[in-house]
Design a protein around this ligand. Sequence first.
Ligand code: UDP
Length: 314
Amino acid sequence: MKLLVTGGAGYIGSVCTARLVEAGHHVTVLDDLSTGHRDAVHPDARFIEARVHDAADHVDGSYDAVLHFAAKSLVGESVEKPELYWENNVVGSLQLINAVTAAGVGTMIFSSTAATYGAPDRTLIDESCPTMPVNPYGMSKLAVDMMLTAQAQAHGLAAVSLRYFNVGGAYGVFGERHATETHLVPNLLKVATGERNEAAIFGNDYPTRDGTCVRDYLHVVDLSDAHGLALDAATPGMHQVINLGTGTGYTVNDVLDAVRRGTGHEVPARLAERRPGDPAVLVASNAKAKDRLGWAPTRGLDDIVTDAWQFAQR
Ligand code: UDP
């Protein structure tokens, strides 16, 4: 297929691009390099340096599908500067959707997030769970999910929103290189490499097994491969919303243990204050992904740590 990937110079977009190129697709990456890296774009993909806001200049009817990863994705930043999230994630996506509609591109796959659910009171989250995002990042992603529902109805778009839980790991030279790193696994690895002295555990008084928060950690390669399957499952006139997670939860302490095991380093950690807005438990039901996409994760927490560690040492 001929595919346009926005955000293909970022972490998840670069891995997805690599996997799609290797599967034989013709991929063009559109990225403004605001947070991504030019050298993270697979060498066999075509590259356009542009904002999604200017998608109309670059999208034409020769594309079979658009995969939309380009977005701002820092929860804390979104609370402090929500306007950045409306402008980039909402307005930018609207411009892209308009370009897709005008050009007659039939299929769109969107990077949505578990943050659209907010802090649900159920521990296994399926797609029927009410969406009540608790920060502007989650709100901006939910707004785009809603746009896609309406576009599918009004214009026959085949749309799939994939709601990611906690993504980690790497794929060879493609991995996580954020200027501002807030995520647990890469932060623990920065301690293992010696870039930082110690890790912070944000709270140990949550109502969980060991008091630290529980999350569903998914390998970026499994995540990427779901996008290839979503291209096949996309159906004109339908917007399908599908969670991507493993269905298994790990505490922050479990992840710390896995990083100690996987790196062979001590990784000193201290207890810190709770981070505002962190729900105690977020674990995906992936029954719908299995049913609609025929997808199942093949890698676990130890693979995430091993692959991210290899990448971090490069
Ligand atoms: N966390 C932590 N120390 C860190 C980074 C994260 O204790 O340096 C915790 C965080 O409070 C949450 C979990 O690890 O409970 C996962 O956080 P992350 O930012 O990786 O993903 P999120 O679930 O917020 O999307």
